[in-house]
Design a protein around this ligand. Structure first.
Ligand SMILES: [Zn+2]
Length: 148
């Protein structure tokens, strides 16, 4: 196997994100951080091995439980003040509280899990973390070749 075979397929020039924020936004929308076109996920929380559009390797991510922790923090910071305000100001019937708050927490959690995981994978990709290091070096070389 040659080094060219080990090198990840480079996305088309001009499609690479200009900033970490752009890569994060692409990941949040479930898109490939490299090209912004291909779908990052092959199932609800399963990251595709490669981008179906540009071939960028995505299986290097190590998101693990971090997206779940972030979702807990986000949902907690949004929901707890709302619950406290409603329960002290309005004090709805107990059956409303016992159905509304868990349902709202479930909907928010399921709605945020994939976008947050996509953002975590995109940031790992942009930062060259874990196995993404080779892809980051290839991007830096491509940019340097364009400039020089
Ligand atoms: Zn792509």
């Amino acid at each position: 196997m040659t080094t060219a075979e080990l090198r990840p397929a480079a996305p088309a020039k001009g499609t690479l994100p200009a900033s970490a924020a752009q890569a994060l936004w692409r990941g949040f929308r479930g898109r490939c951080p490299a090209c912004g076109e291909g779908h990052m996920f092959r199932a609800f929380l399963k990251v595709a091995d490669r981008c179906p559009h540009c071939g960028e390797e995505l299986y290097h991510h190590r998101a693990d439980d971090f997206p779940a922790y972030l979702v807990i923090v986000i949902v907690g910071h949004i929901l707890v003040p709302i619950v406290l305000t409603v329960e002290t100001e309005i004090a709805p019937a107990i059956w409303i509280s016992m159905t509304l708050w868990p349902s709202l927490a479930l909907v928010m959690t399921l709605g945020l899990l994939q976008p947050v995981k996509g953002a975590v994978v995109a940031i790992q990709w942009y930062g060259g973390m874990h196995g993404f290091e080779a892809a980051k070096k290839a991007r830096a070389l491509a940019v340097a070749a364009d400039v020089g």
